[in-house]
Design a protein around this ligand. Structure first.
Ligand code: FEO
Length: 573
């Protein structure tokens, strides 16, 4: 964990003019620690809000509830909150809308502007009467002095209620979560893309990739606009790389969308941590090259469910515990699912806040009795899910996706010309075991595509298949151990680690290890080990090529030789 300076430990709000009559208020959360999967890089985050002054005044988004004091104080220094005419809600997740209730106490006459779905959610979030203006795509709100706000529907980026807002006077597009990054720094803008591009990509993979088709739709909608700046809800504001980042979003999304297999993920946006848990599953599915479509059960209907199920190869359903009279959207959707589902589909169920509840089992039984194939045992996530729970969900998603694509992978592996296949097979590699641990989550992987890559600093390169569980623990800045296996002593370890582990299973049960200085597990029976820190990752079609700096290492047997992997063909490991 990075030690925070006193200033960083404080909750600060950075205020700066960022465009014509437009001020950004960036709540700087240096030490954001949350279980949500997209925060795993641990670079903190910012919650960005924007004040636009025409003849009327609009505030686009607010901040997280924990910034109540600093945010409202920073706002007061800009304007008497009672003079705010409109509060635009990009979507209702609490990191951006957590202070709307507090703000309305100071600005009781302000009108809240939101999509129809957001309006429904807001009614359950704000316990006082307020003016609400529902907007749809193409609607305009004239603030005067040339600031005419236009609204663009951007559902599923990443919540069902998301809208973008465009101000033609400043040519700023307010995108909230889209194009953002969980990266907290003093820099207001994106002049140094290299500084946060890993965070940008990881954030995309976790939050936007599972909704790639919706990203492409939103990009098409904003294409006619002249965009000087993307005013994102998290991280640096995008002024220098508008074209580059929108291009990356397009390319990443197009690649995801080209996947021919789709898994539907049904979640309940306003219940417990259902959305975050669904995100973890969807991320796991995407890692295996399978597309996902996320659907909020509170804002869908049976036609949408049926249409999606007709093209999905599998689905995951989020449910909630039986609590008194509380309606359960999952139970309500079950009828449509049972009617529309193809009984060859893989199906999984998870429950948010349901660590002791039995109702999830009833739904799982109904699906099984109807003939669906159980993708994984029902998962009950406690009210505050741990990183181990998230790992379980992510691995369950990957496991489901791998089952769906296994046949295709085998077919592809037969498609090389025989000579080429054999020639490629003459590339030999050593046998290694990569191990990593972050908090309570650990993982391991047999590797053979490993090579020294630099002298100064000492570095190695390792190719890691994108659907490997350990890939999540090998992000830039993460630490791992490269265990080098010994010829003649490697088979028991190979047998152990080549087994197919169930999602969330402890890979090290029954294996003798001790802890490296960097926290990773060292195998007691390894010939040697190297402690490494990930410096860079290169995106190859089906692997990440990880470049890591070697920080320490040791040999246990100076006479020993490294075990070598000789292959016959090159189209699989
Ligand atoms: Fe940053 Fe979806 O909230």
């Amino acid at each position: 964990m990075v030690m925070l300076t006193e200033q960083q430990a404080q909750k600060t709000v950075q205020v700066a003019e960022v465009g014509l009559d437009t001020v950004a208020l960036r709540s700087q959360d240096w030490d954001r620690e949350r279980f949500d999967i997209e925060y795993a890089l641990e670079h903190g985050t910012t919650y960005n809000a924007f004040l636009i002054r025409g003849e009327k005044v609009a505030l686009v988004d607010t901040s997280h509830e924990k910034f109540r004091g600093p945010f409202l104080e920073a706002l007061r220094q800009q304007i008497d909150p009672a003079k705010i005419d409109y509060i635009v809600v990009s979507h209702t997740e609490p990191d951006h809308s957590g202070l709307i209730g507090s703000l309305l106490e100071l600005a009781p006459k302000a009108t809240v502007v939101a999509s129809k779905i957001a309006g429904q959610f807001l009614a359950n979030m704000i316990y006082r009467p307020f003016e609400l203006q529902i907007v749809k795509g193409g609607d305009q709100l004239d603030l005067g002095n040339g600031h005419c706000l236009e609204f663009i529907m951007a559902p599923n980026l990443h919540w069902p209620d998301t809208i973008f807002t465009y101000d033609s006077a400043s040519e700023i597009l307010y995108t909230c979560d889209a194009f953002g990054a969980h990266y907290c720094g003093e820099r207001l803008f994106d002049e140094d893309l290299a500084e946060f591009e890993t965070d940008l990509r990881y954030y995309y993979d976790c939050l936007m990739g599972p909704n790639a088709r919706s990203v492409l739709t939103a990009l098409k909608r904003v294409q006619p606009l002249t965009i000087r700046m993307l005013a994102t809800g998290h991280g640096p504001l995008i002024r220098h790389n508008v074209v580059e980042i929108t291009r990356r979003y397009h390319d990443w999304s197009q690649k995801q969308d080209q996947a021919t297999t789709t898994v539907a993920v049904f979640y309940i946006a306003d219940y417990g941590h259902s959305a975050a848990l669904a995100q973890a599953i969807a991320h796991g599915v995407s890692k295996a090259g399978v597309a996902t479509e996320m659907v909020n059960l509170n804002s869908t209907d049976e036609h949408e469910i049926q249409a999606l199920l007709s093209r999905a190869a599998g689905f995951v359903l989020s449910t909630l515990p039986a609590l008194g009279e509380q309606p359960n959207p999952a139970a309500q959707a079950l009828g449509s699912i049972l009617a529309a589902g193809n009984k060859k589909q893989l199906a999984g169920v998870f429950e948010s806040c349901g660590d002791r509840d039995e109702s999830i089992q009833l739904i799982a039984n109904q699906l099984r009795d109807a003939g669906f194939i159980e993708a994984f045992a029902p998962i009950r996530a406690a009210s505050e899910p741990t990183s181990a729970t998230l790992q379980l969900l992510e691995e369950s998603g990957t496991d489901l996706a791998q089952r769906l694509t296994r046949e295709k992978v085998v077919q592809q592996s037969k498609s090389l010309a025989p000579d080429l296949d054999k020639a490629l097979g003459r590339l030999a590699g050593g046998l290694y075991l990569i191990t990593a641990k972050r908090g309570e989550v650990s993982s391991a992987m047999i590797a053979s595509w490993v090579a020294q890559a630099s002298f100064e600093p000492l570095g190695v390169s390792i190719a890691v298949a994108k659907d490997r569980a350990i890939e999540s623990l090998m992000q830039v800045g993460d630490h791992f151990v490269l265990n080098i296996l010994e010829e003649g002593n490697h088979l028991p370890l190979m047998r152990h680690f080549l087994r197919r582990f169930a999602p969330g299973a402890d890979r090290f049960a029954g294996v003798k290890t001790y802890e490296a200085a960097n926290g990773g597990p060292i195998l007691a029976d390894a010939l040697a080990y190297l402690e490494c820190r990930v410096e860079r990752r290169m995106d190859c079609p089906d692997h990440w090529l990880v470049y890591a700096v070697v920080e320490a290492g040791k040999v246990s047997n100076l006479e020993g030789v490294t075990a070598v992997h000789h292959r016959k063909v090159g189209n699989h490991y």
